[in-house]
Design a protein around this ligand. Structure first.
Ligand code: FPP
Ligand code: MG
Length: 357
């Protein structure tokens, strides 16, 4: 695939009738054209960033996940945030690139930590080049993001650093688990805020600031991103338990088997509902209990009160996200953000229509 094809790829995201971006970016032709053009520009800069690495070997490693694609949700959020500004500057496209670079850097690291074999349908970076190279490649992408942020000014540098720190602490907290006496559900929300919400919030806020949006708009968009990110994480948790492999491309209950403390699992463990007694025993027995128990656990999750509670919490977060949009004018971008809440809700139940983060 050459650079031209990749550039075209960004536009095709918008044209694809079934795609996330095509679904969100609707209505006014001017709005669609602006987003399509900016996305394509950001895509080209992203490709150039990786290709511009000082050594062809680094370029190959850092370009691997860039070329693999993904939904480019974070760049889209930057652009939607910028729609609430007064002037569209070059900084908006740069912010879109920064958000994706930080995301890709975190995936380099996350895939090493998870021992994942594939990402976006291609072998993970560490599978091809080894763990050390994968981690350092991620560091290089992060450094590149910092360099781009420096061109946008002190506030962008601060926000980028703050967000990278939140991603790392979210991941670290997940790794170390709750400290003795800490409520596991409160711990879950802290992890999700760092891992899932921080970068979505940054994307929207940075887009707004770079387009010179009024401060209350940037704050509203940031809060929307925080709430949406948590809802996204819960939707992911529900998807793992309820979506068959044909739909997601990964084994149903893979996270459950790996012992990931998802929100539904934590709510079962918290013991709110007597109806979850059998499920609680299966979870406490651990993943080593065998395939029949795993299948039974998935079946019980299908009708568990904990699943219903987790879904209700997800809807609460989506409602908070929608409410956060209150101060914003009624623009096509606002409608796109509202629609994104519907997409996340749908994702938790019908995987085929929702985005992956
Ligand atoms: C995916 O989680 C992981 C993240 C979104 C964040 C990972 C963060 C780090 C590794 C910290 C380092 C950060 C930087 C910026 C270098 P998942 O494993 O639950 O989801 P998955 O199914 O997509 O892998
Ligand atoms: Mg992972």
């Amino acid at each position: 695939m050459d650079v031209h094809d990749r550039y075209e790829g960004a536009l095709s995201l918008l044209r694809r009738p079934d795609g996330l971006i095509g679904r969100l970016v609707r209505g006014e032709p001017g709005f669609q054209a602006r987003i399509a053009e900016a996305l394509a520009g950001a895509e080209k800069q992203l490709q150039d960033c990786a290709a511009g690495a000082p050594d062809p070997r680094i370029a190959e490693v850092t370009g691997h996940l860039v070329a693999a694609g993904g939904k480019r949700l974070r760049p889209l959020l930057v652009l939607l945030g910028a729609e609430f500004g007064e002037s569209w500057r070059d900084g908006v496209t740069q912010a879109a690139v920064i958000s994706e670079l930080v995301h890709l850097a975190s995936l380099h690291h996350d895939d090493v930590m998870d021992g994942a074999e594939t990402r976006h349908g291609v072998p993970t970076v560490h599978t091809r080049w080894g763990e050390h190279v994968a981690v350092l490649g991620g560091d290089w992408l992060l450094a590149r993001a910092a360099q781009l942020a420096a061109a946008l000014g002190a506030e962008a540098v601060r926000l980028n650093a703050h967000t990278a720190g939140r991603l790392v602490s979210g991941q670290l907290r997940e790794l170390t688990g709750p400290v003795p006496g800490e409520d596991p559900v409160a711990h879950y929300f802290q992890v999700a805020a760092g891992k899932a919400a921080a970068l979505l919030a940054m994307s929207l806020g940075m887009g707004a600031v770079q387009a010179a949006a009024p401060a209350p708009y940037a704050e509203a968009l940031t809060e929307y991103g925080e709430q949406l990110g948590i809802a996204f994480q819960i939707a992911d948790d529900l998807l793992d338990l309820h979506a068959p492999a044909e739909v997601t491309g990964k084994e149903q209950g893979k996270d459950l088997l790996a012992g990931v403390p998802s929100l539904p699992v934590l709510l079962v463990r918290a013991g709110y509902d007597d109806g979850d007694r059998e499920l609680r025993a299966l979870i406490d027995a651990g993943p080593g209990a065998g395939a029949a128990d795993h299948r039974r656990a998935l079946e019980l999750f299908g009708r568990s009160p904990a699943t219903a509670r987790a879904r209700a919490v997800m809807h609460e977060r989506l409602e908070l996200a929608r409410t956060a949009l209150g101060p914003l004018p009624d623009l096509p971008a606002r409608r796109a953000l509202e629609e994104l809440c519907d997409v996340v809700a749908l994702r938790s139940g019908r995987a085929e229509t929702g985005p992956t983060t």
